[in-house]
Design a protein around this ligand. Structure first.
Ligand SMILES: Cc1cc2nc3c(=O)[nH]c(=O)nc-3n(C[C@H](O)[C@H](O)[C@H](O)COP(=O)(O)OP(=O)(O)OC[C@H]3O[C@@H](n4cnc5c(N)ncnc54)[C@H](O)[C@@H]3O)c2cc1C
Ligand SMILES: *[C@@H]1O[C@H](CO)[C@@H](O)[C@H](O)[C@H]1NC(C)=O
Ligand SMILES: *[C@@H]1O[C@H](CO)[C@@H](O)[C@H](O)[C@H]1NC(C)=O
Ligand SMILES: *[C@@H]1O[C@H](CO)[C@@H](O)[C@H](O)[C@H]1NC(C)=O
Ligand SMILES: *[C@@H]1O[C@H](CO)[C@@H](O)[C@H](O)[C@H]1NC(C)=O
Ligand SMILES: *[C@@H]1O[C@H](CO)[C@@H](O)[C@H](O)[C@H]1NC(C)=O
Length: 586
């Protein structure tokens, strides 16, 4: 008990201490080869160190092109040899197995050195970048020219090729919406080609081309995006205030809040019955303020503290300590809120709301990427080389018309099991962001709210988690009852069941794929499965439901030896969830 108190103290302390920590170790390259001189027989992972099925992905060779010409020759050689190809990025953040090709002999094309900003054009207000450029570079370079992307993901470490391939977004219903791909003016993609064309082809597309809506969100199956031109606007200022309210009217408020504030989002703490509304709007350029957003969970964090936090969570899980989780969650979230999540009025101190500042200093962050090589004192909290966060992420968007009822359903579950979602609050609750219908074939189909739910994942794939049933019911309810679209770059396997049928223009996308890459060299079992071309999105085996590899249909898919059995959902009775059944009634 005392140990727990101490650990909880540590947790609060850590939130304060990380403000002053500067030295950290950068995330490692996700591609690992036997030696630095030999780019053969390599492995590739995601930034969390584990795919949903925990397999290792092998590749025959890795190549690190620096120019479009080098991409072309790599693709040409592989196409000629009939080899599978995939693109890896600097950090490889996608959770699903998107970076893996089949078998051990594929060619991995890394965009690590395809990292140059080519042009910022003040007159046309555009920026042209190579495919491996990070969001942080885009923001910085645009700002130097007095320009900005209006809406972006919140994390600097994504690359333009990777974030567009998975439809990544920030939060807004205004303008063209919050998905980056909807700001693409021109996309250059290198694809395989037939022998007479030299086995590789450069395709430069803009809105006048019929394929443009296919190449905006590609899942990586059309070829290598070497260059993107994005539409910018003049740099502007924003004013941000976080307002805490109880969540009794959240179901109604969420639907209209996105129309009230240009950069609105909501952080929901369902077990605490609280919602934190981000009141965030443009203000005139002459409004005073030089605020900065340095989101605390994306800062370099002391490895020792990450380890202590993880140990606490593990002990709470093993001991089914729901109260412990709930009090840890309250401490964590109130510390974050007190620290304004990492907002400061002047880059140093947070003194009051609103925080006013330039867009480029507020739109996105990720200082844990800054680093000294080999200093393991601090790291990004999920970096697999230290003991730290390890989680599942269930992320989906529900059309605005379904949002009210979905939130009410989640609230019904919380009424039945009040402590059930404290575990997600440890990861700062459910992040709700606005996304707008997109013309991209694999983009959002309607205006929607994207719900981002992060929760404990055991290092042991056969170990169930607390309130497993509630989390699984929410996941299945969203995907099947509300027809939610899974984020292509996140989620567990089951979220992709039937996903492609939710896209009206899926067939058009597949037609383009057949033209660009008729032999499917950029496709894999996984991309074929999520595109509905092959069975087997889910994997049925012992304990499969615990990792979201399947929906349970029998007890062995859960953990009967640990008291978890396959049962129907409580609010969504079609759900099949792993529920802890104790002899005592509760
Ligand atoms: C801390 C953190 C915060 C995040 N925040 C957000 C957020 O705010 N909003 C959001 O929507 N998502 C967010 N994500 C998820 C993220 O958007 C996706 O996982 C995204 O795909 C990752 O981009 P990446 O550059 O790491 O690409 P990867 O995961 O490496 O690649 C994704 C796919 O794109 C393909 N690909 C990559 N580059 C190219 C290219 N040049 N040409 C062709 N194919 C390519 C890859 O082969 C792969 O199939 C976050 C993830 C993390 C870890
Ligand atoms: C790759 O590994 C295999 C054994 O797994 C070995 O036989 C082969 O020589 C290696 N190839 C290269 C190019 O390193
Ligand atoms: C690619 O790797 C294979 C082994 O996996 C090796 O035999 C082959 O020579 C490599 N090709 C190149 C171009 O390095
Ligand atoms: C679109 O691409 C075509 C070439 O395919 C080019 O002629 C045209 O100028 C481009 N349009 C814009 C708006 O960039
Ligand atoms: C929630 O807040 C509203 C005012 O915003 C108040 O009327 C209501 O009673 C509160 N509900 C609970 C359960 O505290
Ligand atoms: C900002 O500029 C506008 C005119 O462009 C002026 O009316 C306003 O008073 C200015 N505000 C401040 C705070 O200086």
């Amino acid at each position: 008990m005392l140990a727990r108190r101490v650990r909880i103290r540590i947790r609060t302390l850590h939130l304060l201490m990380i403000c002053i920590v500067v030295s950290s170790s950068p995330p490692e390259d996700p591609v690992k080869c036997p030696s630095s001189t030999n780019n053969n027989n390599c492995t590739v992972r995601n930034s969390y160190g584990a795919f949903p099925d925990r397999s290792t992905c092998r590749v025959g060779n890795v190549t690190f092109p620096r120019s479009e010409e080098e991409v072309m020759s790599a693709i040409a050689a592989a196409t000629k040899a009939g080899r599978k190809m995939k693109v890896a990025t600097r950090y490889s953040h996608s959770i699903p197995k998107m970076v893996c090709s089949d078998g051990d002999y594929g060619l991995l094309i890394s965009t690590k050195y395809l990292n140059r900003v080519l042009k910022v054009d003040a007159a046309s207000m555009t920026i042209s970048v190579q495919g491996g450029v990070t969001l942080r570079q885009i923001i910085d370079e645009a700002a130097k020219a007095g320009l900005a992307l209006p809406y972006t993901p919140y994390w600097w470490g994504l690359t333009v090729g990777g974030l567009m391939a998975t439809g990544a977004h920030g939060s807004s219903l205004w303008g063209r919406g919050s998905s980056i791909h909807d700001y693409a003016e021109e996309i250059t993609i290198v694809t395989p080609a037939a022998a007479p064309y030299g086995y590789a082809m450069v395709r430069k597309l803009n809105w006048t081309h019929s394929d443009f809506n296919a190449v905006k969100v590609t899942l990586g199956v059309l070829g290598v995006v070497t260059q993107v031109t994005l539409k910018l606007e003049p740099l502007f200022k924003r004013s941000i205030t976080y307002a805490v309210r109880n969540d009794s009217d959240l179901a109604d408020e969420a639907v209209v809040f996105g129309n009230k504030h240009e950069f609105a989002d909501i952080t929901w703490y369902p077990s605490q019955h609280k919602a934190v509304y981000r009141l965030d709007d443009r203000v005139p350029l002459n409004t005073s303020g030089n605020g900065l957003y340095n989101f605390i969970p994306f800062r370099a964090t002391l490895s020792l503290l990450l380890g202590a936090i993880r140990s606490t969570e593990e002990i709470q899980e093993v001991g089914n300590d729901a109260d412990g989780k709930c009090s840890s969650a309250k401490l964590t979230t109130s510390a974050l809120l007190t620290a304004a999540y990492g907002l400061t009025n002047d880059g140093v101190l947070f003194t009051r709301y609103p925080v006013i500042g330039y867009q480029n200093r507020l739109q996105s962050s990720g200082t844990c990427l800054d680093s000294l090589q080999d200093a393991w004192i601090t790291a990004c909290p999920w970096d697999p080389k230290v003991k730290g966060e390890f989680f599942h992420q269930t992320t989906f968007s529900i059309g605005l018309s379904g949002v009210k009822s979905f939130i009410q359903d989640v609230q019904k579950l919380v009424d039945m099991e009040p402590r059930s979602l404290c575990g997600t609050e440890l990861y700062n609750g459910i992040l709700m962001r606005y996304v707008k219908a997109s013309p991209a074939y694999l983009g959002k189909q309607e205006d929607a709210i994207d719900f981002d739910i992060t929760y404990y994942r055991s290092k042991d794939p056969l170990s169930p988690r607390m309130y497993e049933d509630i989390l699984e019911e929410i996941e299945q309810m969203a995907i099947f009852k509300y027809g939610a679209l899974p984020h292509w770059g996140k989620n567990r396997n089951l979220a992709f069941i039937g996903a492609i049928r939710k896209y009206r223009k899926a067939a058009e996308f597949l037609k383009v794929k057949d033209v660009y890459d008729p032999s499917g060299l950029f496709s894999s079992d996984w991309t074929d499965q999520i595109l509905g071309l092959r069975q087997g999105v889910t994997i049925t085996k012992e304990g499969c439901a615990l990792e979201g590899l399947c929906i349970c249909s029998q007890d062995t898919h859960c953990a009967p030896n640990k008291g978890y059995f396959c049962r129907p959902g409580r609010v969504f009775s079609d759900a099949r969830v792993c529920k802890r059944v104790t002899s005592k009634k509760h």
